[in-house]
Design a protein around this ligand. Structure first.
Ligand code: GLU
Length: 428
């Protein structure tokens, strides 16, 4: 019998044999998932034989049907892909799985004591591949669920760009009356060190026990497995490549802390709640072009000029919001050209300053460079919005308003992305 994706197999090579779960093959390679969770690609021509140890376990009969508990709130989990989805992926042979409630409760049985789940797969994408159209798609699926009257929605997502998506949804979903919580995992569900269960279950605990509307991110608070932070979707950022507590709140305290062990929620920084709850509206993204450029020692005018045909540009300046625009000696002649390029750019393209320090507020009034940039028409003065949220905000504004209006609206606090007073938090 020929081995199929999902079967437990032994692959025999010339001098060794490897055991694991067979994954879908690609042109010249066969892939196997090892017991430690890693995938191994093996050149097909080096394989002597593949022996089946046991056939793929089918889903049927593995998970019993979950009964609705009338005392528990109804929530929907929408899956978009990423590491958090990887267990089900490989078990089903890498083919898209339908994430049925019984499968999820089968994987994480505690969920059944917290909420009634409806769950569906709306995509299977690594988050670095997302474009604005994906944000629109997720928002439309969220709207369908809100209209069904669920208590909250959880979106599972790849972590790389989860903070861009949370910002995008915060702008798209106008008058959102329920919690929308984005959850990812730094380690896949089939690894001993996985954070998937704690993050997902904590998000459910938050939705079940609070009524805080808005888009948030739920990920590990620290390297232990006992607490998660609920972070405002506009003020969150992935700050580590691999740690499970990679997502940190920026310039704003977290909304809440969820204790996974005792299932309690500690509220920390509750957003202002609107008394009236008008109907949810979607203000979607259009196909606009916005650039994001980081300033560094040794900039060239040419670098900025490459964005001349874009609709908008976010600059990640240094410090309070600077780029090299002052000619101070014989080595800095390029800076004059940079200033002229910025002046030209500001006439055609909405150009915004943010800071690569990540924490803190832009202030273009302190140093001459800042003043020159302000005079040239660079926006963003006094904003404490992260470069990523700024990028999303500018793209969303350009999608929904004419350029003149975008220039007026950019520095205003529309959804909580610009704070009046900076909360003095740093690397918590
Ligand atoms: N790079 C992928 C993504 O962001 C996988 C990483 C993850 O899910 O954490 O979708």
């Amino acid at each position: 019998m020929e081995a199929k994706a999902g079967d437990a197999v032994e692959i025999k090579l010339k001098d060794e044999s490897i055991n694991g779960i067979l994954m879908p093959e690609e042109t010249d390679f066969s892939f196997i998932k090892l017991d430690n969770g890693y995938n191994l690609g093996i050149k097909k021509r080096n394989i002597k034989s593949i022996n089946i140890i046991s056939k793929k376990k089918t889903k049927e009969g593995k998970f019993s049907k979950v009964k609705k508990n009338k005392k528990l709130p109804d929530i929907t989990i929408l899956h978009t892909g990423g590491t958090i989805a990887s267990k089900v992926d490989y078990k089903t042979g890498g083919v898209l799985a339908q994430f049925k409630p019984e499968e999820l409760v089968g994987m994480f049985p505690e969920l059944g004591d917290i909420v009634n789940i409806k769950s569906r797969l709306i995509g299977n994408i690594m988050s670095e591949n997302m474009v604005f159209e994906h944000y629109n798609l997720i928002a439309k699926e969220i709207k369908k669920e809100v209209e069904k009257g669920v208590k909250g929605i959880i979106v599972t997502h790849g972590t790389d760009t989860m903070h861009y998506t949370s910002a995008a949804l915060s702008f798209i979903l106008e008058d959102l009356s329920v919690p929308v919580v984005l959850v990812g995992a730094q380690r896949s569900s089939d690894r001993g060190s996985s954070d998937a269960a704690v993050n997902l279950i904590s998000a459910c605990i938050f939705v079940a026990n609070t009524a805080i509307a808005g888009v948030t991110i739920c990920m590990h608070e620290n390297q232990e497995d006992d607490k998660c932070l609920i972070i405002d979707g506009l003020n969150s950022r992935k700050m580590h490549t691999s740690r499970r507590d990679a997502f940190r709140p920026i310039n704003k305290n977290p909304i809440a802390k969820v204790n996974y062990k005792n299932k309690k929620v500690e509220l920390i920084n509750i957003p202002k709640i609107k008394n009236q709850k008008p109907k949810l509206k979607l203000r979607l993204f259009k196909d606009v072009k916005v650039g994001l450029i980081k300033s560094k020692p040794g900039m060239y005018a040419e670098e900025f000029n490459s964005y001349k045909n874009f609709d908008g540009l976010i600059i990640e300046g240094t410090g309070l919001g600077h780029i090299p625009v002052l000619e101070s000696d014989k080595f800095t002649k390029e800076n004059k050209k940079i200033l002229n390029t910025i002046k030209e750019l500001c006439k055609k393209t909405v150009t915004v300053m943010t800071s690569q320090t990540i924490y803190g507020r832009v202030n273009l009034n302190v140093y001459s460079s800042g003043r020159l940039l302000s005079e040239a028409g660079v926006l963003g003065n006094y904003c404490d919005t992260t470069p990523e949220t700024s990028y999303i905000k500018l793209a969303w504004l350009l999608s929904n308003y004419p350029k003149k209006e975008v220039q007026k609206l950019y520095s205003k606090n529309l959804r909580g992305e610009v704070s009046e007073r900076s909360e003095n938090i740093f690397l918590i």
